[in-house]
Design a protein around this ligand. Structure first.
Ligand code: DC
Length: 344
């Protein structure tokens, strides 16, 4: 089923005349249609509610929209009772749409967002040590809930790879800064599947190799590296409903996220999962080395000075040692549904 979302917008009217009301509301709705591509195939408006403050009387704003043919869906106009100190001569719209991942709200002519909490995209934060099943679960969950999955570890892996390719060592502060300034890590979503580009090259395969895991963990401890990537992650999550997995999502990247999880499992279970994953890809490795490397990486990640791996106080902890994927997803979906109901 296509994703259903709500686009919000508001504007003000110069004077209570049919001409001014019509001009303002048409401008607002046209801008929403243009910014959200509502005339394009598969991006459907379902219905639109228009409300206006009670000092707007000369024309039903919905009538102006209907007569202009800007929006091809049912329209409903209503009047807001006067509310003390609220913005006068104001028109608000709420358009329910389907098939749009990144919605853009529109505020014109001095109108402001009244409920920023409702306009922010919904996010789910999934943190935990390596091999806890975060990425497998977050990916499936994102599909089920029609959200975008952002694997933040992939971004640290790309930076680790770049430092390695440039021969930069961990203690070379100047070198790290210089390389970082000249590094372009970008994340694109193709059919909602994340692609990671390092200086324009798709590094999706290379960053999954075992040698990159340690590089990612080492360079992720550096404050400037984290700052660059955390800023990017926040920007992505500010534009679409996202499930992010990593180490610091609930504590640093999105501390206000309404749904936070901390996934764990025993070290043996986690090492076995990582070992199976690597051997399935044809990488030669032995179980004990994978386990030892994983333990040392977990130690690094949870003992670094900047934003170490830590359970957020309000995160729900799930130990998946004795659970299968479906059970974990069920448990998380239950929690997310509860939070979403409060959120929307
Ligand atoms: O999840 P992963 O194994 O792909 O992550 C690789 C490394 O990147 C991990 O050892 C720690 C670091 N990382 C981080 O510090 N913060 C994140 N949000 C994600 C990953």
């Amino acid at each position: 089923m296509d994703k259903i979302s709500v686009i919000r917008g508001a504007t003000t009217v110069k004077s209570d005349t049919a001409v001014d009301i019509s001009e303002s509301v048409k401008e607002l709705v046209s801008e929403i249609v243009a910014k959200n591509g509502l005339n394009e195939k598969g991006r459907q408006p379902i219905f639109c509610i228009i409300s206006s403050t009670s000092d707007i009387t000369a024309l039903y704003p919905a009538r102006a929209v209907r007569e202009s043919d800007i929006l091809n869906c049912p329209l409903f106009s209503c009047l807001e009772p006067p509310i003390k100190d609220s913005l006068p001569m104001c028109i608000r719209v709420m358009i329910q749409v389907s098939g749009i991942n990144e919605i853009k709200h529109v505020y014109l002519r001095g109108a402001k967002v009244l409920r920023p909490d409702l306009c922010r995209p919904f996010s789910v934060a999934v943190d935990g040590p390596s091999g806890a099943g975060k990425s497998t679960i977050a990916k499936l969950l994102a599909k089920r809930l029609n959200m975008t999955y952002l694997d933040t570890g992939a971004m640290y892996r790309a930076i680790g790879l770049k430092m390695h390719n440039c021969g930069i060592s961990l203690d070379d502060e100047t070198g790290i800064l210089k390389v970082l300034d000249n590094t372009d890590v970008s994340v694109e979503f193709e059919n909602d599947v994340q692609k990671v580009y390092l200086d324009g090259v798709d590094v999706g395969k290379e960053i999954r190799k075992h040698y990159v895991s340690k590089l990612a963990s080492d360079f992720s401890a550096i404050a400037v590296v984290r700052k660059k990537l955390v800023d990017m992650q926040r920007k992505i999550a500010s534009r679409r409903d996202c499930i992010l997995d990593g180490r610091d999502i609930g504590t640093k990247v999105l501390p206000d996220s309404p749904a936070k999880f901390f996934l764990t499992a025993s070290v043996d279970v986690r090492a076995k999962r990582r070992f199976d994953e690597l051997t399935a890809k044809g990488e030669k490795c032995d179980f004990e080395t994978v386990k030892k490397d994983m333990q040392s990486r977990d130690y690094n990640d949870s003992h670094r000075k900047v934003d170490p791996l830590k359970k957020a106080a309000d995160a729900i902890e799930i130990d998946s040692s004795d659970m299968d994927i479906e059970q974990v997803i069920e448990r998380m979906t239950e929690e997310i549904d509860k939070k979403r109901r409060c959120f929307q």
